[in-house]
Structure formats: C-alpha cells, structure tokens
Design a protein around this ligand. Structure first.
Ligand SMILES: Nc1ncnc2c1ncn2[C@@H]1O[C@H](COP(=O)(O)OP(=O)(O)OP(=O)(O)O)[C@@H](O)[C@H]1O
Ligand SMILES: [Mg+2]
Length: 587
C-alpha cells in the first residue's frame, strides 16, 4: 500500500479541489500582472485614468473569490467524507478481528487511530489541496512571466528557489524521528487516562492514587519532554526555513543585481518593478508548503497506524461456507493458548448434544471461560477443531454462527441507553411487552419497576449506574429475547442472592425445556446437579465428565469438590437460618 491509497475514496473531490484552486491561484497572480499593466499604462500615458485594468481587476477578483470558496468547500467536504468512510471501515475491520486481537490493540491505541489519526487526515485533506495548488502554480506561472521579461534574472530566481527548496526539505526531515516518538507518547497518555478512569476504584483503594496516577504523570512528563525537545531541536531549522522563504532574501539579491543592470541600461524600469513584485509571491507561496510538509509527516504516521489496523489478520475464513443441520457441538483434540504461549486448554474432547444442559466447573483459572469463548469464535482454536452440527465452525459464515449463540459473559457491559433499549439491544421490532416479559423471566422486572423512570432509566456509561447482578440479569433478559438455540452463561448466578439464584435456575430450566442447548459455567455445584453432563476442568484439561450421580461414584476429585461444596452450603444455611430468610428447601 502506498500512502496516497488512503485518499482513494475521495480522490475525485480532492483533484477537483486542486484544479479549481489552481485556476483561482492563476487569477490571483494575474492581479500582479494587472498592477504592472497599470504602472506601464500610467508611465506611458499619464493623462488617462487606467479604467480598463481596473474593470479587469474587479472581474478577476470576483471570479477568484468564487473559485477559491468552491475549492475550499470541495476539500472540506472531501475531508468530512473521508473521516466518515475511514471510521466505518475501521470499525467494520475491528468487528471482524478475533476478539483477542482487538483487545490487544488496546483502548488507548484504538482511540488514537479512530479519533486522532483520522482527524489528522481530515486536516490534511481539508488544507492540502489549495496549498498544493498554490505551491505548484505560483512558481511555474511567475517564472514563466519572469522569463518573458528577462531570462537571465529569471534563471537567477529559479536557482534561488531550487536551492531554498532543497535546504527546506533537509531541514524538515530533521523533525521526522521525533514525530514517531510523539505519536507513541500520545498513545501512552490515552491508555493511561483510560486505565486511570476505568480503574478508579482500584486506584483509590489500593495505591492511594500513586501507582496509576504516577504512570499517568510519567506519560505526561514524557510527552512534555518530547514536545520540548522537538521544539528545541527545530528552533533553528524552522527559523532558517522561515527566513529562506521570506521575500527579503531574494529581493535583496535581486535589488543588487537589477540595480547594476539598470545602471548599465540592460533592463527597463518595468522589468525591475515586475521582478520585485512577482518574486515576492514565489517566496510567499512556497512558505505554506513547509506547513504542508509538516501536516504530511503527521498524516504519514497516522496513515501507517490506520494501515496497521487494517492489515491485522481476520478470523480465519474459508472460500465456501456450510450450514449446520443441527446444534450439536463437538470439540476434537482442541488446544489453545493466549499470546503468552502458556497452554490454557489441552486435548479437549467434548460432545454437547442438542437441547442438553451442560455445566463447566473447575477452579478459578482452569480455563472454563476460555473453553466457552471458543464456541462463538471469540477465540480460535490453536489445534484440533470444533464442529457445530457436523460442520467446522470456521466453515460456518460468521454472522450465521453468531446468530445461533447467545453469550452472557462474566463481566457484563451495558450501553449508555435506557434499560429497555439495553434489553432489546441489536434486535429489531421488539415491543415493550416483549421486553417486560424477558425481564420477568430474568427476575429483574421488579427491580426495574422500582426505579423512578422504570424501563426508561438510563444505564449510564458501561452500565455503571447498576450493580453487577442487575447488569447480569439485564444481559440474561436480552438472552431470553434473542431466542437463539445455543445459550452460554458464564457464572450467571455469581452475583445473585440465594432466592434469585433459585428463580434464575428455574428460568434456565424453562429455557432447556424450550429446546435450547444451554452451557453454564458455575462455581455453585447446586446448579450442576440437574445438568445432563458436568465438565470438570483442571489446568485446562477435562479431568471428569458425566452426570452428577456418575461423577460422585467415578471421580475422587469431583467427590471431594462436592463434599467441600456441601460443607460450605451447610455453613451458609446455618447463617441464613439465623436470619430466617432462606430455608434449606429454597436452596
Ligand atoms: N486474555 C488473556 N490473555 C492471556 N491469558 C489469559 C487471558 N484470559 C485468561 N487467561 C489465562 O487463561 C487461563 C484460563 O482463564 P479462564 O478465564 O478461562 O479461567 P476460568 O476457569 O474462567 O476462571 P474463573 O473461574 O476465575 O473465571 C488463566 O490462567 C488465565 O490467566
Ligand atoms: Mg471465567
């Protein structure tokens, strides 16, 4: 990919803007010619008012402003259009990345790409076309005119312009390296701010604001230091560049040369006047190119990062897709590790038959969530295969696969819209009555009705206005509405009190009766008793699988776990019976 490829979607508009701006610039320069004409006319015949040049001046100025505004509008529209196209393109790309890859990009980096980098391109597309047209047209037009007046002095002006341009390019290249570090420092600040705000609780509780805040402060200091170094190192180059392109230098050289030539009668007064007037324009038109170079450097870094995200590998795809005939899930010799390469799942062989109830149990970190995340391809297997209805899930069109699975994760995320909209999120034509029914099944209706604005209550950013259990039950209500054949629930009762847990389990039983394949991850073995099969994981391996009654007999480890659970449960009952709230029967 070349840098300019990024502008392809709006190339036509950019080119139109450049062409129109070029015409406008020719007209602008023609004004100088009219001034020369006025001077020439007055010098030759001082008895007549130069009316004709004046009329030309007026007409040219009007056309110039119209064209300029048009070119300016075109480039700004192109910039907004490109911004929209790129944001859509990147979000679509991110949507199709494996979840792990998307997470690894990091929020700070994503914000930099999606907001800052695209904004950077906006500035370039909006400002560059008129500046470019000006920088190309002015020297060419002016030098052509100067060559007509006097080729020798025109060559001198050309020489000075070229030398200044070479020096300018060299001076501008000096800032390049620092620019990349500058971008990295900005990404770091973004990441630290996000971390600091998202982890505010942990920050305040555990390190009194020192750890995370000092990381943020360090990021800020690095950034300030870089900006300072950058400005410091470019203090001479920018000043030299600025003076090189001020009309003063070239005018001084010309005044000396032209004065001698005039004294020896080799050039006319009009030639001197024309040279001094027009060469100033060259210097003035090239100076903005310097700004353009800087915008270009910034844009290149932004384009690099956009291309980097766009070139990340998609979820593995095949050329032909198949449709599964049923919803049986089969894991065959599945291995998986995250990027740190530690084996998280090994040799997983597992059959989850259609419309059955499967429970994953195991210690924290044993790989339950990872195993569940492989089914909707949030992660892809490293070795082995997973089939759905006999078809490898990689050969099922991704949207089709996803449309068969509802997943309620361990940490639920709500969108900053109303509770009702959160429940029907991603679904069309869902009536309020259907939302209420789903909430009732998820045991969250009564709570919602107790809120001042009931179903219209806002959930807050990331659902922060609700408790963990409330968020989870809203996600479960969404699952009821989605009505998909496979349901994966990661610790769905983790935040529930004993009564809610019983009610939720009843709701899940209803789901299974409605012919759904339910996979539940849980630490509460009471939920596992009714399961058709229990999958017991330990350090990423299945160490026992089967029905509760069988496992009690066949697996020592399950037996031990069950006993531990019983003891813990008895202890809970003892505490609860003191409060007289929950009876042994309810659990
Ligand atoms: N994104 C990740 N990158 C690297 N390692 C990870 C990632 N997520 C989980 N792990 C590691 O993979 C292992 C399995 O994690 P997993 O979340 O599947 O466990 P779990 O059984 O669901 O635990 P819990 O009961 O605490 O939810 C753990 O050792 C964990 O440290
Ligand atoms: Mg987990």
């Amino acid at each position: 990919m070349v840098y300019s490829d990024i502008f392809l979607p709006v190339k036509k508009k950019i080119n139109q803007s450049i062409v129109v701006a070029a015409f406008a610039q020719i007209l602008k320069l023609s004004v100088w010619l009219i001034l020369i004409w006025v001077m020439y006319a007055l010098k030759n015949d001082s008895s007549h008012f130069p009316i004709l040049p004046l009329i030309c001046l007026l007409i040219i100025s009007i056309i110039f402003y119209v064209l300029r505004v048009y070119a300016h509008d075109k480039s700004h529209y192109a910039a907004f259009e490109l911004e929209e196209i790129l944001r859509k393109r990147l979000v679509e790309k991110i949507n199709q990345l494996p979840l792990e890859t998307a997470r690894n990009i990091g929020s700070g980096n994503l914000i930099k790409v999606l907001i800052d980098d695209i904004k950077e391109l906006h500035a370039f597309v909006a400002d560059a076309p008129p500046l470019k047209a000006e920088a190309i047209v002015t020297p060419i037009f002016t030098l052509l005119v100067l060559f007509i007046f006097n080729w020798l002095f025109a060559c001198l002006v050309l020489f000075i312009t070229l030398v200044s341009f070479v020096i300018l390019s060299y001076l501008l290249r000096k800032g390049h390296l620092l620019k990349q570090q500058y971008n990295e420092a900005t990404v770091e600040i973004n990441s630290r701010i996000i971390e600091y705000i998202q982890g505010m609780n942990a920050v305040r509780t555990f390190d009194a604001g020192e750890g995370a805040y000092s990381q943020y402060r360090t990021a800020l200091t690095n950034y300030s230091q870089l900006v300072f170094d950058w400005l410091y190192s470019s203090r001479y180059s920018s000043k030299i560049a600025r003076s090189l392109f001020s009309p003063m230098l070239v005018n001084c050289i010309l005044i000396i040369g032209l004065s001698f030539a005039y004294m020896s009668e080799q050039v006319s007064f009009t030639t001197i006047f024309s040279f001094l007037l027009l060469t100033a324009g060259i210097a003035e038109s090239i100076y903005p190119v310097m700004g353009l170079f800087q915008i270009l450097e910034k844009s290149k870094a932004a384009i690099d990062r956009i291309f980097e995200v766009e070139s990340l590998p998609f979820l593995t795809r095949t050329d032909t897709y198949n449709t599964p005939s049923n919803n049986e899930i089969l894991f065959k010799n599945v291995y998986f590790s995250y990027q740190n390469n530690q084996q998280v799942l090994s040799d997983i062989n597992l059959r989850i038959i259609e419309n059955s109830f499967t429970v994953f149990i195991g210690n924290s970190g044993s790989g339950k969530t990872t195993l569940a995340n492989l089914i909707p391809r949030f992660l892809d297997v490293e070795q082995g295969s997973i089939t759905l209805g006999g078809i490898d899930i990689k050969q099922i069109e991704y949207n089709q696969l996803i449309s068969k699975i509802s997943l309620v994760p361990q940490d639920n995320f709500l969108f900053s819209c109303s509770i009702a909209d959160n429940i029907r999120y991603g679904l069309d034509n869902i009536t309020d009555q259907q939302v209420i029914e789903a909430a009732q099944k998820a045991e969250i209706h009564n709570f919602i009705m107790s809120l001042p604005q009931q179903y219209q209550t806002l959930a807050g950013e990331r659902g922060q206005l609700l408790s963990g259990g409330q968020k989870q039950r809203i996600a479960i209500a969404r699952t009821f509405l989605q009505n998909r054949p496979i349901i994966i629930l990661d610790e769905p009762t983790a935040f529930s009190d004993a009564i809610n847990e019983v009610l939720l389990l009843k709701a899940f039983t209803r789901l299974i009766e409605q012919h759904k394949t339910v996979i539940m991850i849980t630490h509460r073995l009471s939920s596992a008793i009714k399961a058709d099969q229990i999958i017991f994981l330990e350090q990423g391996k299945i160490i026992a699988q089967g029905h509760h009654d069988d496992l009690i007999k066949s697996s020592d480890k399950y037996q031990a776990l069950w006993q531990e659970y019983q003891q813990a449960r008895n202890w809970t009952i003892a505490v609860n019976s003191v409060n007289n709230e929950v009876t042994d029967e309810t659990i």
